[in-house]
Design a protein around this ligand. Structure first.
Ligand SMILES: Nc1ncnc2c1ncn2[C@@H]1O[C@H](COP(=O)(O)OP(=O)(O)O)[C@@H](O)[C@H]1O
Ligand SMILES: [Mg+2]
Length: 239
């Protein structure tokens, strides 16, 4: 099985000081891969480095059979990578439709209308709110707008940083269901998530990061059953 995304020996950080070191990680096509780990472990830095928002110090990043380590973010979007960063950036004063439209700028689709219909079929809640300012929506709905906008570049790989942060349990479940729908629509997902147990239940693979390094990687199922992972990262309770 060839990986859609393959990160090898990746070190990156800020001001030349590494925050993540020698990270190896492979994501197969059409899987959901989740990155777990304590606060400050470097999870966001890893995602940002793949999306060229943080300086890479060492290592390689291959995507879709191509070395992308030197590419800029603006080149990665047309290449098929999209990202929803940790701090939401819906444009509060713009309508839902306008927010979605912005997602097409970096990689204009042939048929914007058809693409929007396809994206909206994943988020029926948004279809009725297209002309409403995004700032008037609930937190969960705003997260859907951010995800919808990321999907408007028709990515092969979607990077998500804590998509359920700050959401109510009901919305949390909804977002996780949506992630499965997005995956089933053919999009590969690499996400950071604090709700580790729920994330591992929907994930094909999980990667635990500690202090900027790989700690353990395995299938979601094996990680849920791993005593050490359970004790240290899942609150100790049985799966
Ligand atoms: N823009 C930045 N400039 C300098 N240091 C940063 C920056 N962003 C994150 N860091 C540092 O990098 C480390 C890892 O942060 P981060 O990748 O956000 O961790 P996580 O997402 O796992 O909580 C932390 O020590 C954090 O303080
Ligand atoms: Mg983070």
């Amino acid at each position: 099985m060839t990986a859609l995304l393959e990160v090898t020996g990746l070190s990156a950080g800020y001001g030349g000081v590494p925050v993540i070191e020698e990270i190896d990680l492979a994501v197969a096509e059409r899987e959901i891969a989740v990155i777990l780990g304590p606060n400050g472990a470097g999870k966001s830095t890893l995602l940002k480095t793949v999306f060229a928002l943080t300086s890479r110090l060492e290592g390689t990043v291959r995507f879709n059979g191509r070395d992308i380590a030197g590419l800029k973010t603006s080149e990665l979007v047309p290449a098929g990578i999209s990202c929803v960063p940790q701090t939401r950036n819906v444009f509060a004063t713009l309508t839902v439709a306008e927010n979605l439209d912005i997602g097409t700028y970096a990689s204009p689709p042939q048929d914007k209308r058809a693409l929007r219909d396809r994206v909206l079929s994943l988020f029926p809640d948004l279809a009725a709110k297209l002309n409403q300012p995004a700032g008037e929506l609930s937190g969960g709905q705003r997260q859907m707008v951010a995800m919808g906008r990321a999907l408007m570049s028709a990515p092969k790989l979607l990077l998500l940083d804590e998509p359920t942060a700050g959401l109510s349990p009901a919305y949390l479940e909804k977002i996780f269901d949506l992630l499965l729908d997005i995956r089933d629509s053919g999009v590969t997902i690499l996400m950071v998530e604090q709700n580790a147990r729920q994330a591992l239940h929907i994930a094909d693979t999980g990667h635990v990061l500690v202090s900027g390094r790989n700690y353990v990687s395995d299938t979601g199922r094996v990680l849920l059953a791993n005593d050490d992972v359970r004790r240290s990262f899942l609150g100790g309770r049985a799966a």
